[in-house]
Design a protein around this ligand. Structure first.
Ligand SMILES: *Cc1c(COP(=O)(O)O)cnc(C)c1O
Length: 373
């Protein structure tokens, strides 16, 4: 029998999504306006400490709007985690600003607080105050919020939490995305829950979120004719997508539990292989384990990746740091050796919440085959 493909992280629908989508069809709200958008925003608000929410077309759009709302302009500097997906950094370029990248720390893989402090001090000494910090919670692992927030407060720099991979994860019991001036989520197809494509911007400031919605709707002024006084964007979420999202939020907790179970399965099963390292959870942190990642000591990650691929199993190297990307070769970087090593040694394993036990066993057996060689 032909073996089925095992994906890294594929969409996983629950029981209610189709019911909500059918409602949208039955009521003909097939548009970027409609009742499911409001319901989705309310539901998301209730799991992010009741912050104000703007549902948007992508996480990238949410990041872009957060920079605009913080007044980031041409020539400004914005600090960003180097170890991330490029969507964290691209919006800085959209605004004509310069990304200033900061290295990871080895115990969370997220932005290193002491390197951040060094970076801020150095930028200030060069005569420029960074306009914002884009902090990423990579792979659903919480960054060290206490330390990062205290630095942002000390130097009075706004904090944007890129929690695109972090929905459902907690830091000292508080949801990721609810700490910074802004929190950003993504509902792309590979994320912990999906709307097939979508995102959200959250903030404590209801007025600022109203402004985000205004900018996302081509900045249309309040007039019967079409009048525009500001540069706007078409960044709204479709009502059909929001209907999917409503169903997905109902199963978020069980998705997190399943992804955490995947992590525990791999970790336990590979415990005896001391050259395979897992990222431990910090005290007070509750990761959603969006993707299970491993660091390989003394084994070429590419050999394992290719062996898995031969068996129709998708795995993927960790994110290639931004300061190593050709497009950012001019950008200042603080530190770098930590995330360079992670990229060198790390692999993401199939982590979907819809992986069957048989599929997980298939992945495990292939990994062990390579390790025993
Ligand atoms: C997915 C992702 C984004 C962007 O989200 P989209 O909805 O795909 O635009 C931003 N940052 C990180 C860290 C991501 O993983």
């Amino acid at each position: 029998m032909e073996k089925s493909k095992i994906w890294l992280s594929s969409p996983h629908m629950g029981d209610a999504e189709f019911k909500y989508v059918k409602e949208a069809f039955d009521t003909n709200w097939i548009a970027p306006v409609g009742p499911h958008i409001q319901q989705f925003e309310l539901a998301l608000s209730s799991i992010t400490e009741y912050r104000a929410v703007a549902a948007l077309s992508s996480g990238t759009a949410a990041l872009h709007l957060s920079l605009i709302l913080l007044g980031v302009k041409h020539g400004d500097e914005v600090i960003c985690s180097s170890f991330t997906f490029i969507a964290s950094a691209n919006p800085i370029l959209y605004q004509g600003a310069t990304p200033i990248f900061v290295d990871s720390e080895s115990d969370t893989w997220n932005m290193c607080p002491s390197m951040l402090r060094e970076c801020v001090k150095d930028r200030l000494s060069k005569g420029k105050k960074p306009k914002a910090v884009v902090l990423v919670h990579l792979y659903g692992v919480p960054a060290k919020m206490k330390e990062i927030i205290s630095i942002c407060q000390e130097f009075d720099i706004p904090l944007i939490e890129d929690a695109a991979e972090g929905l459902g994860a907690l830091y000292n019991g508080q949801p990721l995305g609810s700490f910074g001036n802004f929190g950003v989520f993504s509902f792309n197809g590979n994320k912990i829950i999906t709307t097939s494509g979508g995102g959200a911007l959250v903030s404590n400031d209801e007025k600022v979120i109203q402004q985000a919605k205004f900018l996302a709707t081509q900045a249309r002024d309040d007039a019967p004719h079409y009048q525009h006084s500001f540069l706007g964007y078409n960044y709204r979420l479709s009502n059909v997508s929001a209907a999917i999202g409503l169903g997905q939020l109902e199963v978020l907790d069980s998705r997190v539990e399943k992804r955490r179970a995947n992590f525990n399965f791999y970790k336990k099963a590979l415990d005896e292989y001391k050259n395979v390292l897992f990222l431990e959870e910090q005290k007070g942190s509750y990761s959603n384990r969006w993707l299970t990642t491993v660091l390989l000591e003394g084994i070429d990650k590419e050999i394992l990746r290719q062996a898995l691929e031969k068996d129709k199993i998708e795995s993927r190297p960790l994110w290639k740091p931004m300061h190593m990307q050709p497009i950012f070769n001019q950008a200042p970087m603080y530190g770098g050796s930590v995330c360079e090593q992670l990229f060198e040694k790390g692999l993401c394993l199939p982590s979907g919440s819809n992986l069957s036990d048989d599929e997980r066993d298939r992945v495990l057996n292939q990994i062990i085959k390579v390790l025993e060689k």
